[in-house]
Design a protein around this ligand. Structure first.
Ligand code: CTP
Ligand code: CA
Length: 215
């Protein structure tokens, strides 16, 4: 680690990281979610803490543990994650959106358990707010904003489109749906893009990849 950055490199800085999946309730017993474990975001928090930064994690449901000294706010839905980020974003210098935020939620949450009746059931979904995009659009105290891009195909093209469209300072793209990489896996590899620059972080444990990204 000492080869990557000096222990006090981000002393005095505040880093906020979103991590994990979100859960979007259908009824009291069911939800829509995804395969994110939260591991990448939590490893980023650990790596950021080693730089001397104050670290705040806004976490969706995840079984991962955080080191002492890292501030943690637990949320369930994308809407709650959005609100919690906005409540604490003031004075943040760096924002990293590592969460796998559900793009859609059920239009209505049934108060009662939905009973099975017909042979098919249609759920209407509505868009959730885009958290990293909202942070990048802040006009006061906008932090250096880093997004992720989870892609199964045309990784560079999709990642660069997301970076430009959301006006991010940097985007870390990773392949998903391939054995041993990304979601629900212990290792990862990243293609990192910013205005006029690019670096590849080779496949390694998520802890190692996180240190490289923080570097
Ligand atoms: N993100 C977010 N809020 C959302 C959706 C995504 O903050 N409602 C963030 C993720 O945390 C990630 C980045 O946006 O940093 C990209 O997420 P991704 O799912 O790869 O891209 P989307 O823009 O949602 O596009 P799509 O799912 O269609 O590929
Ligand atoms: Ca998405």
């Amino acid at each position: 680690l000492s080869e990557l950055y000096s222990p006090g490199a981000l002393q005095g800085c505040t880093v906020m990281i979103t991590a994990g999946p979100t859960r979007e309730a259908i009824d009291p017993v069911r939800f829509i979610s995804n395969r994110s474990s939260g591991k990448m975001g939590f490893e980023l928090a650990a790596a950021a803490q080693k730089t001397g930064a104050r670290v705040i994690v806004i976490a969706g449901p995840s079984g991962e543990f955080l080191a002492a000294g890292i501030e943690r706010w637990d949320v369930e839905t994308a809407q709650q994650m959005y609100e919690t980020v906005m409540q604490h974003i003031e004075d943040c210098d760096i924002f990293i959106g590592a969460a796998a935020v559900a793009d859609y939620r059920p239009a209505t949450r049934s108060a009662e358990k939905i009973k099975k009746k017909e042979t098919a059931l249609t759920l209407r979904l509505v868009r959730n707010p885009d958290i990293v995009q909202a942070v990048a659009a802040l006009d006061q105290g906008r932090p250096f904003t880093v997004g992720f891009a989870a892609e199964t195909h045309r990784l560079k093209e999709h990642a660069e489109h997301k970076r430009c469209h959301k006006q991010l300072d940097m985007i870390a793209a990773n392949w998903v749906g391939r054995p041993g990489l990304g979601f629900d896996s212990t290792s990862n590899a990243l293609e990192v893009f910013w205005e006029g620059g690019h670096v590849s972080i080779a496949q390694a444990t998520k802890a190692q990849v996180a240190r490289h990204l923080i570097e």
